[in-house]
Design a protein around this ligand. Structure first.
Ligand code: PEP
Length: 253
C-alpha cells in the first residue's frame, strides 16, 4: 500500500502576506485530514516562511528546483544542503518549465536528482511528453529517455527515496487534463519499466499525475491503480481547491 501524496507547486507566485494566509489555512485545515501526505513547493525566498508556519504540522514543504552543484563558485545556485538547513523535504527536478525555458537537459536533471538524493532531500522527478511527441507516438520513448538519464547516474535504488511525477507538457496550465485512462497507461508504463530493474522499488514508488488537476477531476484520476496522487500547480494557490484535492486523494487512498 503506497498511500497518496499531494504536492502543490506554487511556481513563481506569492508574497509574504498572501503566503501567510494560504499557509495558515493549510495548517489549520489539513491536520483534520489524515490518510494523505501533503506538501507545498514554494519559491526559494519563502522556504523559511513555510518552515516557520508549517513546522510541527502535517504539511511538509519543498523547493521547486535545486542546484546540481555542491557549495562553491556557482553564483545564485541554491544547493541541496542549503535547503535541508530549512528542513525542506522535497525538491522538484526536471519540471517541464525548467526543461523548456531554462534549457535544462536530461543530464542536468539527473545531476540535480543526484544532488538531492545525496543531501537527503526527496527529489520529485518530473517527466512528460509534448503534444507533438504524443501525436507522433513518442510519449513512452521520451519518458523512458528522461527516466534512463536518472537511472544511469543514480541507479534504480535511488528511486526508493524519490517520487516521479508524470506531467504531460500539453496539460500543464492549459486546462486540458490527460484522461484517467491516458494517465494510467503512462503510469503503468513507468512502473513496469522500473519493475524490470527492481520489483520492490517499483511497487513502492509514488507516481504522481500533474497537469490541470482540479477538485472536479482529481477523484477520477486518483482512482487509477498506478496514480498515487498529484502535483498541483494553479489549483494549489487556492486553499479551498487544494484542500478539496487532498480530500479526493484520501477517498481513493
Ligand atoms: C505544474 O506546474 O506542475 C502543474 C501541473 O500545473 P497546473 O496544475 O497548473 O497544470
Amino acid at each position: 500500500m503506497r498511500g497518496k501524496l499531494v504536492v502543490g507547486n506554487w511556481k513563481s507566485n506569492g508574497n509574504l502576506a498572501a503566503n501567510a494566509v494560504l499557509l495558515d489555512k493549510l495548517r489549520a485545515v489539513l491536520p483534520a485530514i489524515s490518510g494523505v501526505d501533503v506538501a507545498v513547493c514554494v519559491p526559494f525566498p519563502y522556504i523559511a516562511q513555510a518552515q516557520q508556519v508549517l513546522s510541527g504540522s502535517t504539511v511538509a514543504w519543498g523547493a521547486q528546483d535545486v542546484s546540481q552543484f555542491a557549495a562553491g563558485a556557482y553564483t545564485a545556485a541554491v544547493t541541496a544542503d542549503m535547503l535541508t538547513d530549512f528542513a525542506t523535504k522535497y525538491a522538484i527536478v526536471g519540471h517541464s518549465e525548467r526543461r523548456a525555458l531554462f534549457a535544462e537537459s536530461d543530464s542536468v536533471v539527473a545531476a540535480k536528482f543526484a544532488a538531492s538524493n545525496a543531501a537527503g532531500l526527496v527529489p520529485i522527478l518530473c517527466v512528460g511528453e509534448s503534444l507533438q511527441e504524443r501525436e507522433s507516438g513518442l510519449a513512452e520513448t521520451v519518458i523512458g529517455r528522461q527516466i534512463d538519464a536518472v537511472l544511469s547516474v543514480c541507479g534504480v535504488a535511488s528511486l526508493a527515496n524519490a517520487v516521479v511525477a508524470y506531467e504531460p507538457v500539453w496539460a500543464i496550465g492549459t486546462g486540458k487534463t490527460a484522461s484517467p485512462e491516458q494517465a494510467q497507461a503512462v503510469h503503468a508504463f513507468i512502473r513496469s519499466k522500473i519493475g524490470k530493474l527492481d520489483a520492490v522499488v517499483a511497487a513502492g514508488l509514488k507516481i504522481l499525475y500533474g497537469g490541470s488537476v482540479k477538485a472536479s477531476n482529481a477523484g477520477e484520476l486518483f482512482s487509477q491503480p498506478d496514480i498515487d496522487g498529484g502535483l498541483i500547480g494553479g489549483a494549489s494557490l487556492l486553499a479551498d481547491d487544494f484542500v478539496a484535492i487532498c480530500r479526493a486523494a484520501i477517498l481513493r487512498g
